[in-house]
Design a protein. Structure first.
Lengths: 121, 172
C-alpha cells in the first residue's frame, strides 16, 4: 500500500509514520509532502492508496488539498491528522469528502480505530 | 466578560490541556505545576495566534520550555539521539501547534489558527503581565509553560492555505 503523509512539520511526519507502524500498518511505501500543494502534485503523479494530511499548512491547506483532489475526481481515502478536533472541523472534513479526522495528540489506537474502517493493515 | 476573566475561568481547562498534550506526545507522566520558574538557560518558545475573522482580534498562544527540554522533546519526537537546533525548533513548533489547536478548540472554535513559529532566547522572556494566563506543567522533571493572552500581535506569523488559484492552475 502507498501512503501519502502531508504535514509541514518534519517532526510530525516522522511521528505519523512511526505511529502507522505501531498501529500495524508496516511495510508500506510512504510518500511525504511538506504542504498541500506538494501533496496535490504527488497525489496526482503517484496515486496513493491512503492520504493522511495535516489541516494547517502553508501554500495550500489540507482542506484546500482535499477539495482540489475531489474536484479532479480522485476518490482515494483521505484522513486528516490535525490539532483541531472540534465537531465543526469534523463536519467540515466530512462534507469535503474526508473519511476521518485523527486529533493531535494521538495514540496508535486512535490510528487503528479510524483507519481500520478504511483500509486493512 | 473581560478577557482576563475569560482566561482565568479557563485556567483549569488549560492546565489539563497542557498536561494531557505533554503526556500523550511524550508517552510520559505529566502533571500540573504552580509558581515554578524556567531555568536561567536558553529558552525555546513556539508562538501562534488565533484570529477572529470578524474583527481581526488575535488571541496569542506561547509555549515555552528550556533548551534541555527542547532537546529532549526533539530526541523523543523524532527518535534521534542528537537532534540539531533545527530539529529542536521544529519539535517545539509542532508541540506549539498541537497545544494551540487544542486551545482553539477550547476557547476560539470559530476562529482561525496561525502556523507556529519558534525562537530561541538566551534567557526566559519575562511574562508581559497583560490580559492572559500562564499555566505550567512538569514532565520528566522539567517545566513547560503555556501562556494564552488577548490582543496578540500577529506580526511575523504566517497563516495556512491561501488557496491559491494560481497553484491549482499551474498544477492542472
Amino acid at each position: 500500500m502507498r501512503i501519502l503523509v502531508a504535514d509541514d512539520s518534519k517532526t510530525m511526519r516522522m511521528i505519523v509514520v512511526r505511529t502507522l507502524r505501531q498501529a500495524g500498518y508496516e511495510g508500506n511505501e510512504i510518500l511525504e509532502a511538506e504542504d498541500g500543494a506538494q501533496a496535490l502534485a504527488m497525489a496526482t503523479a503517484d496515486v496513493p492508496d491512503l492520504i493522511l494530511s495535516d489541516w494547517n499548512m502553508p501554500n495550500m491547506s489540507g482542506i484546500e488539498f482535499l477539495r482540489a483532489l475531489r474536484a479532479r475526481g480522485a476518490a482515494v481515502p483521505f484522513c486528516f491528522v490535525t490539532s483541531e478536533g472540534s465537531d465543526e472541523m469534523r463536519t467540515l472534513a466530512e462534507q469535503a469528502g474526508a473519511v476521518g479526522l485523527i486529533a493531535k495528540p494521538f495514540t496508535a489506537e486512535a490510528f487503528s480505530d479510524v483507519l481500520r474502517t478504511v483500509v486493512s493493515a | 466578560m473581560s478577557l482576563v476573566d475569560e482566561f482565568e475561568e479557563a485556567r483549569e481547562d488549560l492546565e489539563a490541556l497542557l498536561v494531557e498534550c505533554l503526556a500523550t506526545v511524550l508517552h510520559e507522566e505529566a502533571g500540573p505545576a504552580w509558581g515554578a520558574e524556567l531555568p536561567p538557560e536558553p529558552t525555546f518558545s513556539a508562538r501562534l495566534a488565533i484570529q477572529n475573522p470578524e474583527d481581526g482580534a488575535c488571541t496569542g498562544v506561547v509555549v515555552s520550555t528550556s533548551a534541555t527540554v527542547g532537546r529532549l522533546f526533539a530526541a523523543r519526537m523524532m527518535a534521534v539521539a542528537e537532534p540539531s537546533t533545527d530539529d529542536m525548533l521544529d519539535a517545539i513548533c509542532e508541540l506549539g501547534n498541537i497545544i494551540g489547536g487544542n486551545v482553539k478548540s477550547l476557547l476560539r472554535n470559530a476562529c482561525r489558527l496561525s502556523l507556529p513559529t519558534a525562537e530561541i532566547t538566551e534567557l526566559p522572556v519575562p511574562r508581559s503581565g497583560g490580559a492572559g494566563v500562564t499555566v505550567q506543567a512538569m514532565v520528566l522533571g522539567q517545566l513547560v509553560e503555556l501562556t494564552v493572552g488577548g490582543n496578540a500581535e500577529p506580526e511575523g506569523l504566517c497563516w495556512p492555505g491561501s488557496s491559491s488559484e494560481e497553484i491549482l492552475e499551474t498544477q492542472q
